[in-house]
Write a protein that binds this ligand. Structure first.
Ligand code: AMP
Length: 935
């Protein structure tokens, strides 16, 4: 086969005009980068057989052997010894390639000129054995996209330096897709990376720089010493973001969500989002937002507005941000995904995520990697994020090259998804604007992440009260003398005759005038119109608000029928089929309902009423414990079928995705989704509850406190498998105590449902009730199949989630001498043991919602036992963990005044559980006996 292809190839007129060596070298170039050779050559090389699973090197040598073999048999004129001209031509192509690969390493990126980078040898003519004589010779340009086929080497060399070693360092040759590489080459090489902007655009850029500088100086003078995390040194960020929004709007984007940490945030709030300067000044003056339980510092605040572009208004949202630097990125992506889903837009063309990173943080924090990994997956893709690094070359006081990272650039992590990276010198605001446009165009063409590394500096310390010279003396000596970006650009525009000095004075005065009046400084700002989500119905409700619970047994049966159907040709695995068959028996009343079916029915009932549902989590489609099977896998052709998507045409959307193996990134994403979409039930499920540990920052800084800090409601549900089953220190506990410790102000709900009917009604309640607050659920593992953890259809249809469940056996309250309070799986151990011991003087009361504590329901139950003086809280968790740790004051408040409350459970422990099943079993029996006073 090889031979046939090669034969016709050698016979082609192409080869007959060239030498063997020449072809080999061309082929080598092609293997390195298919875009480096001309279209004609690429077409020929593309026809060569590909060897599956064999590395490029082997492929190459194989082809070389073929060349050699054929050379022996072919006409000498065809495969003659290479002439010098051909060799030089190849060197020229290699030179072009070298610039494409490594030009960025000698680009002029550092405004301070402090980077000490070695000269890249491959970028010199000498390295390629080219000399001054060759400079005058014309060479074929291969695929160099300058719009000509040939050029003298001298001119080409200058063009290459301009394109790849000017203020833009384009790093993109790690991309394997040829079309993408060619696209970037076309965009940069055709203009040698030099934009030619209209006077209007130049003025827009200039105004942006004047605004940045104007605001910072104004704040510095008006509020000396106050922290503002000034943008000075990275001034181009503001015109850059505005350029991105303009470009995105022109290309049809309707919403842009921005995430950024504190550096430059006040400037972006005022000069991009259009927050009124006066409002910011009031915050500096100490204004308190009385509507918030806690509030937050001004450089964490978000904002929403509309922004006029040539393509129409774009809605802007700056996400609220805690101090934990990179964590907002997945939140922003989640928010964008919610907006895209709302607009039924799968390709990302209607909403754009922009994330602004710090140079130390993007390299240092693992969540960045998680978001890159999520960026193209079904559950998390948003059509690409434009990621900007404000690279001020220092992390607080930490020097970057030596201490902050082990990579050449802070952006190297982006290569894992082959994102192009445009490093740009922030002192050249036109190069910055070009890169901004390029980034948007790339993202909108290829729907993938793109990175802009804005190489700048930080004029002051980490904050304005900080002394940067103490740790970065040389850098700050340089910065002190370095002109501000605004002045550099003015000089350039005046020199080229684009503006007059007097125009600038006027612009600066105008800007200052607006600040003096405390008004909005952004010309493009527009009030929010026709915003697509209305949060008003969800405001100001507490957890116990009444809601419409109605659902009939008939309806449930009808839904049950639908969700146990699947196409006849869809062949299920025998174990899955068995579960579906059993569900049909549950429908027929032949078996009591189990957990998996009740949960699925809850989703069906919601979707049937038009509610959308999004569930993501590790192995959620099937369920960690083989209990859900929302996604049915055909054993014949691996196709999938989701019965919950086939209820009826008008049903709500049901989406369920297996998550990437991440917790912090995906939980933050789902938080972002849920805070942008009150109409959907958003659920994140941990494989085991303790996996949530890895996402603790999201729980602490967003889920438990976002409403109190920022007024942002969030109806996210977290399903966390929890229960002591002898599986060791991990996978026993979802660390309930940590959630309970975070509970205050009715900020979230912590529930421990213990029956299928309870999970059904809890899920429905979370969505139907117009309150949007996080719901943390301790979900069961062994209870999924426990013979006592079953319900009837009537119990489901009753519609109520019981926050407290009284004794279920026929025990006369008057005879009760001891009341055991408990939550979760231990209830069944207690029930079982009490039945065995035939105790009729002990009542067991389940607390199914630990927070907000259901005082009224608890009081109603305890009323029956008001004569009892002996109450006990029983838990499986160690004493310093579980509900006892944080909720015992509620239990104390619930019991009669003269009664006593004791603890039955594991002793305090550093570890959540013991590592030995036998020890676990002994402990479990002991705590149950203790609770029931069985000796
Ligand atoms: P956004 O689309 O995020 O810019 O939000 C637009 C407006 O909706 C905001 O200004 C808020 O008034 C309101 N809003 C957005 N998200 C929430 C939320 N999670 N909770 C309450 N109100 C919200």
């Amino acid at each position: 086969m090889h031979e046939g292809v090669m034969q016709s190839w050698l016979n082609s007129s192409h080869l007959s005009a060239n030498s063997m060596v020449y072809v080999e070298q061309m082929y080598e170039l092609y293997l390195d980068d298919p875009t480096s050779v001309s279209d004609e050559w690429r077409e020929i090389f593309d026809t060569l057989p590909k060897v599956e699973g064999v590395s490029v090197e082997t492929k190459h040598s194989e082809i070389r052997d073929l060349f050699a073999q054929l050379a022996k048999t072919k006409d000498r004129t065809v495969v003659s010894v290479a002439d010098q001209a051909d060799e030089k031509q190849v060197k020229v192509l290699q030179l072009i390639n070298a610039f494409r690969f490594r030009g960025h390493q000698n680009a002029n990126l550092d405004p301070l000129g402090l980077w000490q980078r070695e000269k890249v040898r491959e970028l010199s003519l000498a390295h390629h054995e080219l000399d001054d004589v060759d400079k005058t010779r014309e060479f074929n340009l291969g695929s160099f996209a300058i719009g000509k086929d040939k050029m003298p080497l001298g001119e080409l060399y200058e063009a290459l330096k301009d394109t790849y070693c000017g203020p833009i360092g384009a790093e993109y040759m790690h991309i394997t897709d040829t079309d993408e590489k060619r696209w970037i080459q076309q965009r940069l090489e055709s203009i040698q990376s030099k934009p030619s902007f209209s006077l209007d655009v130049k003025k827009r850029i200039l105004k942006g720089l004047i605004a940045v500088d104007g605001l910072e100086k104004y704040l510095g003078a008006k509020f000396p010493g106050a922290k503002r995390f000034s943008l000075e040194g990275g001034d181009s960020l503001v015109p850059m973001i505005k350029e991105i929004i303009h470009r995105a709007g022109e290309q049809g984007q309707k919403e842009v969500v921005v995430g950024m940490a504190h550096r430059g945030r006040l400037n972006v709030l005022v000069n991009v989002l259009g927050k009124k300067a006066g409002e910011l000044f009031e915050e500096f003056g100490g204004k308190v937002d009385e509507s918030l339980a806690a509030g937050d510092v001004k450089y964490h605040q978000g904002f929403s507005s509309d922004f006029a572009t040539a393509g129409g208004n774009v809605h802007l949202a700056l996400a609220f941000n805690p101090s934990h630097l990179e964590i907002v990125n997945p939140v922003v992506m989640g928010s964008v995904r919610a907006r895209l889903d709302r607009r039924d837009c799968e390709n990302g063309s209607k909403a754009l995520a922009i994330t602004v990173h710090g140079d130390s943080a993007i390299a240092g924090q693992g969540v960045v990697q998680e978001t890159f990994n999520m960026s193209q997956t079904r559950a998390y893709k948003v059509g690409g994020t434009v990621r900007i690094v404000v690279n001020n070359q220092v992390g607080f006081t930490t020097s970057l090259q030596e201490d902050a990272r082990s990579t050449e650039y802070c952006t190297d992590i982006a290569k894992m998804v082959q994102a192009p990276i445009f490093h740009v010198n922030s002192d050249d605001p036109e190069a910055v604007a070009l890169v901004a446009q390029l980034a948007v165009d790339y993202r909108n063409t290829f729907r993938r992440d793109v990175v802009i590394d804005l190489v700048c500096y930080r004029r002051h310390g980490h904050n304005e009260a900080d002394e940067p010279n103490a740790t970065q003396p040389l850098m700050y000596q340089k910065i002190k003398k370095h002109p501000v970006p605004r002045n550099l650009y003015i000089k350039r525009l005046v020199a080229e005759g684009s503006i007059q000095e007097s125009d600038v004075t006027q612009l600066a005065d105008d800007y200052r005038g607006i600040l003096d009046k405390g008004e909005c400084t952004v010309e493009e700002w527009r009030p929010m119109t026709e915003h697509s989500v209305d949060w008003r119905p969800f405001l100001n409700h507490d957890w116990d608000i009444e809601y419409n619970k109605a659902i009939s047994v008939e309806k449930l049966n009808e839904l049950g029928e639908k969700i146990t159907q699947y196409p006849a040709e869809h062949t299920l695995h025998s174990r899955v089929k068995k579960q579906y068959d059993e569900r049909r028996k549950m429908l027929a009343g032949e078996k009591p309902l189990d957990w998996g079916f009740a949960e699925t029915l809850a989703y069906a009932a919601l979707c049937d009423d038009g509610h959308d549902i999004r569930i993501t989590g590790q192995d959620s489609g099937r369920g960690t414990f083989f209990h859900r099977h929302a996604v049915l896998h055909n054993q014949v052709d691996a196709s999938t079928y989701i019965p919950l998507q086939h209820l009826h045409k008008e049903q709500g959307k049901f989406e369920i995705f297996d998550a990437v193996l991440s917790e912090v990134g995906v939980l933050a994403f789902e938080y972002g989704y849920a805070t942008a979409e009150p109409e959907s039930l958003v659920i994140w499920e941990a494989q085991f509850g303790d996996f949530a540990n890895v996402a603790q920052v999201v729980i602490d800084q967003f889920i438990s406190s976002g409403e109190q800090k920022w007024g942002r409601l969030c109806g996210l549900t977290m399903l966390l498998p929890h229960g002591y089953e002898g599986q060791g220190p991990e996978h026993s506990s979802a660390r309930m105590e940590r959630f309970l410790q975070l509970c205050a102000d009715h900020n979230m709900q912590v529930c421990v449902p213990s029956t299928p009917a309870q999970v059904f009604n809890m899920i429905r309640r979370q969505q139907i009730r117009p309150m949007r607050r996080p719901l943390i659920v301790m979900t069961p593992k062994s209870l999924l199949r426990h013979p006592l953890a079953v319900s009837t259809m009537e119990e489901l249809a009753e519609g109520t989630y019981h926050n407290v469940i009284d004794e279920i056996d026929e025990i006369n309250p008057a005879n009760v001498k001891r009341v055991v309070f408990c939550s979760g799986k231990v209830y069944y151990d207690l029930l079982d043991q009490r039945r065995k011991a035939e105790q009729d003087d002990v009542a067991i009361v389940r607390v199914e919602q630990l927070y907000p504590f259901p005082h009224a329901e608890m009081d109603a139950v305890v009323e029956k036992y008001k004569h009892v003086t002996d109450f006990v809280w029983c838990q499986e968790e160690p004493q310093n963990q579980g509900a006892w740790y944080c909720s015992q004051h509620h239990f104390w408040n619930s019991i009669p005044a003269k009664a006593n409350l004791t603890y039955a459970g594991r002793k305090a422990s550093a570890s959540p559980a013991v590592g030995y099943a036998s020890v676990h079993a002994k402990e479990q029996q002991a705590l149950v006996n203790d609770a029931l006073t069985i000796k």
